[in-house]
Design a protein around this ligand. Structure first.
Ligand code: 5GP
Ligand code: MN
Length: 348
């Protein structure tokens, strides 16, 4: 049973059949390029590498996995199996027979690799963002899926690839990441059933979770202290639903000798504030450019805010690239929030 459950339409049988045919119809020694989104997270890398193992089981030998930007895997994900398949973006096949994209809601999330969509024989998109722009020739988009790995597992099953421990570890990391360790609203019975199938291969959830979620450098803990000490609560923002936010600069990172990835879980500390529906962390990428993470407890569709500001995501978790100062970025969010309030009568 697919691990979906929101009632939103997923891929049709024709979509699945087209994706199966694209894989099965590869020429002998066909080249397959797998791409996930820039700044990959557990779902992006896990769904991509889990599917890569499946392709290997099917006998695909010319196989590369990549993502745009610096070819740097966040430290917590360095234990994932299959990382040997990764190549830097500028070494990826220029004209693969098949390109498959994972967890990217729009072509812009593929950076310079976007040209492969046209240059490849066929492009298949696997994703679960409701905001997905359907930029593939074949689109397996399931907004009801808790993670892209749910879609990847569905395609592997239709390709008759049995789960093994390597596939399962990748897909489990992806599923655990996007469900917040099986806490978020998307955690349906079908999600737990998928987790059960993955765990049945013998993977070790305790070790995986400690590595992925509960391990960070000492300097990162000090850094969190600095960044959390400047957190702001604005009870009047978002039409009174409340906004809590903070920011982290490149100087903060440098002072504590930390890499940007250590800031990814910071939003989880900020979003705890009981007094605010919306939370936000603004992370400096370069002078005047910020990676923005937003979360909502349900009063606001933050993907609307993100899309309005050039990004995307889900109702309760979204992001975009902000420009100017951190205060400019928060100002833009504050304005968009007032537009995005979901009226209680619309929620059904
Ligand atoms: P996070 O805050 O964990 O980085 O991202 C939360 C969600 O927002 C994810 O589903 C991610 O795909 C989406 N997201 C984050 N940043 C961006 C962005 O710059 N552009 C788009 N389109 N989506 C983003
Ligand atoms: Mn995802």
């Amino acid at each position: 049973m697919p691990a979906t459950g929101s009632g939103q339409a997923g891929p049709t049988e024709a979509d699945w059949a087209a994706a199966v045919a694209a894989v099965r119809g590869l020429p002998p020694d066909g080249r397959v390029l797998l791409i996930c989104h820039v700044n990959p997270d557990g779902d992006a890398l896990g769904s991509m590498l889990g599917f890569a193992f499946g392709l290997r089981r099917l006998g695909v030998r010319q196989l590369q996995a990549t993502f745009p930007g610096p070819p740097e895997v966040p430290e917590p994900l360095l234990g994932l199996p299959g990382l040997d398949l990764l190549v830097p973006a500028d070494e990826a096949y220029p004209d693969p027979d098949l390109v498959m994209c994972f967890d990217a809601a729009s072509a812009s999330r593929l950076g310079d690799l976007v040209d492969r969509l046209d240059r490849a024989g066929t492009a298949v998109v696997l994703d679960h963002h409701a905001s997905n722009t359907r930029f593939g020739k074949i689109n397996l988009i399931d907004p009801g899926a808790a993670a892209t790995s749910v879609v990847a597992e569905g395609l592997l099953a239709r390709l008759d690839v049995p789960l093994d421990a390597e596939i399962a570890e990748c897909l489990y990391v992806a599923l655990a990441t996007d469900t917040g360790s099986f806490r978020f609203a998307m955690t349906t019975p079908a999600v737990h059933e998928m987790a059960a199938r993955l765990l049945a291969t013998g993977i070790r959830p305790g070790d995986i979770s400690r590595q992925i979620f509960d391990t960070r450098p000492f300097g990162a803990i000090r850094l969190y202290g600095d960044v959390l000490s400047r957190v702001q609560l604005e009870p009047e923002a978002a039409s009174g639903l409340g906004l809590v936010w903070t920011f982290a600069t490149l100087d903060d990172l440098a002072r504590h000798g930390q890499r940007p990835y250590v800031l990814e879980p910071l939003i989880d500390s900020v979003r705890c504030a009981a007094e605010a529906d919306v939370s936000c962390v603004v992370k400096q990428v370069t002078e005047g450019q910020w990676a923005v993470s937003m979360r909502s407890k349900g009063g606001v569709d933050v993907s609307q805010v993100a899309v309005a500001l050039g990004g995307g995501g889900h109702r309760s978790a979204a992001g975009f690239t902000g420009l100017g100062t951190a205060v400019d970025v928060i100002g833009a969010i504050r304005s968009e929030l007032d537009r995005a309030i979901i009226k209680a009568e619309d929620q059904g």
